[in-house]
Design a protein around this ligand. Structure first.
Ligand SMILES: Nc1ncnc2c1ncn2[C@@H]1O[C@H](COP(=O)(O)OP(=O)(O)OP(=O)(O)O)[C@@H](O)[C@H]1O
Ligand SMILES: [Mg+2]
Length: 247
């Protein structure tokens, strides 16, 4: 589905993403894990053409242009909404710029009721709670039923019921042979959902594969958190910090 080769993202002289390559296959949920500032969001933004990048990014074997955008549902890390619109107006706006056909209304209504925002769809987005705004972003990404979902920490701010619903939607999407690429800091979610994971640290991929592959690479029998801390070289540092704080 998605092929990324030699991706580099620079902000001025600073290299945020340093020549990474990976592939997301059809029918796969692929997770990006990494410490704060590792380059996860920059990687996802480059697929959406929100940052300048070097390297190759292909979806269905094609460079990503305006047309390919219709095959992607994207949930950004920070809210990219229009505060003065209501959610309903925002959904109509997205449908029109993405040229989504009129038959999206039934699915949109299911999503609105599914995520429980039916009482909020006619209030300005500026007045909504953080979790409700996140639900608006998620629904806007899902309303046209795209095969490829890119979600940057999508569970941020979601309550337990919506978390469960989103997890089920991601699974349904890959059952239909779509694919999902998402970043998260929640190890349990990564463990539960991901077929494969790439661990990114300081702009480079330090390990990629199934949890078993990562475990073998980290040489630990522990949890994904243990594996993660080992692969990112933070295990010793955590011990030192905790020791110092306990004195
Ligand atoms: N617009 C920008 N201008 C300058 N530097 C940036 C910009 N966006 C990101 N960076 C820097 O690039 C690096 C990677 O940032 P990025 O947002 O991709 O990390 P991340 O892995 O998503 O982190 P987090 O887990 O905190 O969301 C960081 O050092 C960040 O400070
Ligand atoms: Mg980020």
């Amino acid at each position: 589905m998605l092929e990324i080769s030699n991706l580099t993202v620079k902000y001025g002289n600073f290299i945020a993403v340093n020549g990474i390559s990976f592939e997301v296959k059809d029918g796969e949920i692929f997770g990006l894990l990494g410490p704060n500032g590792a380059g996860k969001s920059s990687t996802l933004k480059s697929i959406m053409r929100l940052v300048d990048f070097q390297g190759k990014i292909k979806l269905f074997g094609r460079r990503i242009g305006v047309k390919e955008m219709n095959d992607i549902g994207y949930v950004p890390e920070e809210f990219m909404l229009i505060d003065s619109l209501t959610p309903m107006e925002f959904f109509e706006f997205i449908a029109s710029v993405r040229r989504i056909k009129r038959d999206y209304m039934e699915r949109l209504n299911r999503l609105i009721y599914g995520f429980g925002i039916e009482n909020h769809v006619n209030k300005p987005i500026a007045t909504l709670s953080m979790g409700t705004k996140q639900k608006v972003q998620i629904i806007a990404a899902l309303m046209h039923n795209p095969p490829f979902l890119i979600m940057d920490e999508p569970l941020n701010g979601l309550d337990a019921k919506s978390t469960r619903i989103l997890k089920e939607i991601l699974r349904l999407n890959v059952e239909k042979n779509g694919a999902v690429l998402f970043s998260t800091h929640i190890m349990e979610i990564a463990e539960e959902l991901c077929d494969r994971i790439a661990v990114i640290n300081r702009g480079k991929i330090v390990a990629v594969g199934t949890i078993d592959d990562l475990r073998a690479k980290a040489k630990t029998e522990g949890t994904l958190e243990d594996i993660f801390l080992k692969l990112t070289g933070e295990e010793e540092s955590v011990r030192g910090i905790v020791n110092a704080l306990s004195r």
